[in-house]
Design a protein around this ligand. Structure first.
Ligand code: ZN
Length: 126
């Protein structure tokens, strides 16, 4: 068996155990409330981050004509170390990234992996 030096699976199992400790004695209604509150807290946290950081990056490639919108933390960006054949630009929010992409006249793609368009939900849920 290969052992990851980051222990991701072990970390995931520990987190799951902590959640189970908190929720195992709860009724279904209490557990639903627990998850709603946790989700709301997460969404609020993400919203706070988005208001103070550049969260989106566009990758613009003229050789293979397209522009892709990514969350700035996307692993696909890190794979190439930000040194692909195209140009990278940072944007403060998804809509600004989208508006920029529309000015390039390139086919626009939302990254399949990080799904940046789903970040719009945070403003709806709040
Ligand atoms: Zn991405």
């Amino acid at each position: 068996m290969k052992i990851s030096k980051y222990g991701c699976v072990e970390m995931k199992h520990r987190s799951a155990e902590k959640v189970l400790e908190k929720t195992s004695a709860m009724t279904k209604e209490q557990e639903l409330t627990f998850w709603c509150l946790r989700t709301k807290t997460l969404m609020e946290h993400k919203f706070e981050l988005s208001s103070c950081q550049m969260l989106f990056t566009t990758y613009e490639n003229r050789n293979n004509p397209h522009i892709t919108i990514h969350c700035s933390t996307c692993n696909q960006l890190r794979k190439q170390g930000g040194k692909g054949h195209g140009q990278y630009r940072k944007h403060a929010c998804y809509n600004k990234a989208r508006s920029y992409a529309e000015t390039t006249d390139l086919p626009i793609r939302d990254c399949f992996f990080c799904k940046p368009q789903s970040s719009i939900l945070k403003t709806v849920i709040k």
